[in-house]
Design a protein around this ligand. Structure first.
Ligand code: ADP
Ligand code: 5GP
Length: 193
């Protein structure tokens, strides 16, 4: 199963996913490739595989990306190799993508179910505080991410679940509840239903 976590920048996707992975060692993370510079606390190969623009072009040409997009002036993509083998083995893989990427993965005919979770902060003000508090973006980039957030939120009806990240532990438990329910599910709607 691909457990896809999307939502505005600063909502807490990385924080929730890190905690989910820590609590359940059977889960693994889909490491995206990106042309964005590495943040000081990020590890190459764990958080992202950091590559050049030329390398990104090569990944696209080789057909190695299931989906990719440009976000905040940088490119991000999901490698086939991160999802297909593990999904084929029936494992649960957690994916962190923006909204269009999440919807693209649903349409990608992956070898297993795709569950789309939209993570939101409790308010706009709190989103602003968190993204600024992280201290990783310039003022210009911050403003751009907040504008993008307004657009992304309109896609909520396309998702399977909405989780509010007010208190981190509680948000993680909500996602774990989704995972438990999805693992027990017998019947799935067809995309056209
Ligand atoms: P995203 O991956 O969605 O961009 P992050 O996980 O980087 O978001 O979180 C953005 C900032 O908000 C980080 O500084 C993180 O520590 C903080 N944060 C995440 N979840 C919470 C929460 N529930 N309460 C308070 N701060 C949070
Ligand atoms: P950040 O720069 O904050 O790490 O990520 C910016 C946005 O890119 C986030 O919304 C994140 O979910 C998204 N993202 C990360 N990896 C991918 C990917 O492989 N594909 C897509 N479509 N979006 C991604």
């Amino acid at each position: 199963m691909a457990l896809v976590i999307a939502g505005p920048s600063g909502a807490g996707k990385s924080s929730v996913i890190a905690e989910l992975l820590r609590r359940d060692p059977s889960l693994s993370f889909s490491v995206s490739v990106t042309t964005r510079p590495r943040r000081p606390d990020e590890v190459d190969g764990r958080d992202y595989t950091f590559i050049s623009e030329a390398e990104f072009d090569r990944w696209i040409r080789a057909g190695e990306l299931l989906e990719w997009t440009t976000y905040g002036g940088h490119r991000y993509g999901t490698p086939r190799s991160e999802l297909i083998p593990r999904l084929t083995r029936g494992e649960v893989v957690v994916v962190n993508v923006e909204v269009r990427g999440a919807l693209a993965l649903r349409g990608a005919r992956l070898p297993g179910p795709v569950v789309l979770v939209f993570l939101v902060p409790p308010s706009r003000e709190e989103l602003f505080r968190r993204i600024r508090g992280r201290g990783t973006e310039s003022e210009e980039e911050l403003a751009r991410r907040l504008r993008t957030a307004e657009e992304e939120i309109r896609a909520i009806p396309e998702f399977d679940y909405l989780v509010v990240n007010d208190e981190l532990g509680q948000a993680v438990r909500r996602v774990e509840a989704i995972l438990t329910a999805e693992r027990l599910r017998i019947r799935r709607c067809s995309p056209s239903a």
